[in-house]
Design a binder for this molecule. Structure first.
Ligand code: GDP
Ligand code: MG
Length: 139
């Protein structure tokens, strides 16, 4: 991935609330190219593995419950400086702290149900993309 790819999910709250189109529009208008994408639903095991780094946190059960309650859009995005620029585009984890115009500010429901995921490092972007997509699904 060499610094130019990140992984995102449009989370169940944003899918339920009908924001897939608007969020994808903002992502592509911000210069990201979609190189893999699908509508899918995570199983409990998937979510526990994907968020394993948080398994000791008090909100882990709630997070797994939330992330498995409905479909998500998973996607791999390409842009120079993708990880950092995408974290800027989505805004702070808590939408109340997110900057005006960011995706979480506009579409998130709460700290837990915050509309989108964005990888936090190049290494995690690669791990997370591989978790959701086979190599032949990247374009
Ligand atoms: P991110 O990297 O900005 O997504 O934030 P973290 O890695 O810290 O947390 C992962 C995800 O767990 C967040 O995006 C939220 O969906 C959820 N989360 C984080 N903190 C809390 C919390 O205090 N309560 C609940 N219910 N969920 C949380
Ligand atoms: Mg994180």
């Amino acid at each position: 991935m060499a610094g130019n790819r990140t992984f995102t999910m449009i989370k169940p709250d944003a899918v339920e609330n009908g924001h897939i189109g608007a969020i994808l529009e903002q992502i592509t208008a911000s210069g990201f190219r979609i190189v893999a994408m699908k509508l899918t639903q995570m199983t409990t095991r998937d979510a526990e593995e994907f968020y394993a780094v948080h398994k000791e946190r008090p909100f882990f059960g709630e997070l797994v419950e939330f992330m498995t309650r409905g479909p998500i859009v998973a996607a791999v995005l390409e842009k120079e400086n993708a990880v950092e620029d995408f974290r800027t585009l989505i805004g702070a984890t808590n939408p109340e702290d997110a900057a005006e115009g960011t995706i979480r500010k506009k579409y998130a429901t709460s700290l837990g149900e915050n509309a989108v995921h964005g990888s936090d490092s190049d290494e995690n972007a690669e791990i997370e993309a591989a978790f959701h997509f086979a190599g032949r699904e990247h374009f």
